[in-house]
Write a protein that binds this ligand. Structure first.
Ligand SMILES: [Zn+2]
Length: 273
């Protein structure tokens, strides 16, 4: 009898120890998840004006429309500059609209060009304030701080909050592996949409010419129903402007339609792992 009682007490003791270990394990896990969530929240609470709620409800329709039209979305990064003005004249000549991902620039001339671009009906998107990869990709916070500066700048000039952006160097590049997913998630949460590209003029590489840009774009668009074309309108891109003079009429002849990116366009994005 005594032995049975002792065995019963031992069982009870073991059960209590096991239960307390299990419950401690779960409590610990919950705490650490919560702590992690709080850590992630820090930058989410900052930049309180950095929100944009355009919706992408008609994505599917837009994709279908693209398929019928063989749509080409010309996009220009790194402006404004004197080249932007030349590009605007060319676009006017053919009565087509495009998209400009802009870098912050304090000069009155730059602001005037951005205003003109906007008033002509082209889409303006955020690119960067500093365009310094090392700086902006050092943390999500750094990216948001830089992004906010460019966002506010464009909003002041046009009176309209930009809703789209392009990552400097594209969403997947050698500088942003550690932060790109968190940046994409956070800006998506705030209502922004980013666009990479599926056709590149390769006008930011070491060796390029008017001919190489022209053939990269024409070959790239061939067979595609929806082409998001990467080009640059920074100061030294004379070849891009010259190539554009040939790209537009030749693609028009082949039945392509040029459109600006808007909130109904299905985003072309690289895969972020
Ligand atoms: Zn850029």
């Amino acid at each position: 009898m005594k032995f049975k009682k002792a065995a019963g007490l031992i069982y009870l003791f073991v059960a209590v120890v096991i239960i307390s270990c299990i419950s401690e394990h779960f409590t610990k896990k919950e705490t650490s998840l919560f702590e992690k969530a709080v850590q992630q929240m820090e930058y989410q609470l900052d930049y309180s004006n950095l929100y944009c709620y355009s919706n992408l409800t008609e994505e599917l329709n837009a994709v279908n429309a693209d398929m019928e039209n063989k749509a080409v979305y010309l996009t220009f990064d790194d402006g404004p500059s004197a080249r932007t003005e030349e590009i605007l004249d060319i676009l006017d000549k053919y009565d087509i609209k495009a998209t400009f991902f802009v870098i912050y620039n304090e000069s009155d001339k730059a602001k005037e060009i951005i205003k003109r671009t906007y008033e002509k009906g082209h889409t303006i998107g955020v690119h960067s304030a500093s365009h310094s990869y090392k700086e902006i990709y050092s943390s999500v916070d750094s990216f948001l701080s830089d992004f906010e500066k460019c966002f506010e700048y464009l909003k002041d000039i046009t009176g309209d909050a930009p809703s789209i952006f392009r990552f400097p160097g594209g969403s997947v590049n050698n500088y942003n592996k550690a932060v790109r997913k968190d940046i994409a998630d956070e800006l998506t949460r705030r209502g922004f949409t980013y666009f990479d590209w599926n056709v590149s003029g390769e006008d930011a590489t070491k060796n390029y010419s008017e001919d190489s840009i022209y053939s990269n774009v024409l070959m790239g668009c061939k067979g595609r129903n929806s082409s998001v074309v990467l080009l640059h309108d920074s100061e030294n891109k004379k070849e891009t402007v010259a190539a554009l003079e040939r790209i537009i009429p030749d693609l028009l002849k082949e039945g392509y339609v040029f459109l600006p990116i808007d909130e109904n366009v299905h985003p072309t994005v690289f895969r972020i792992d």
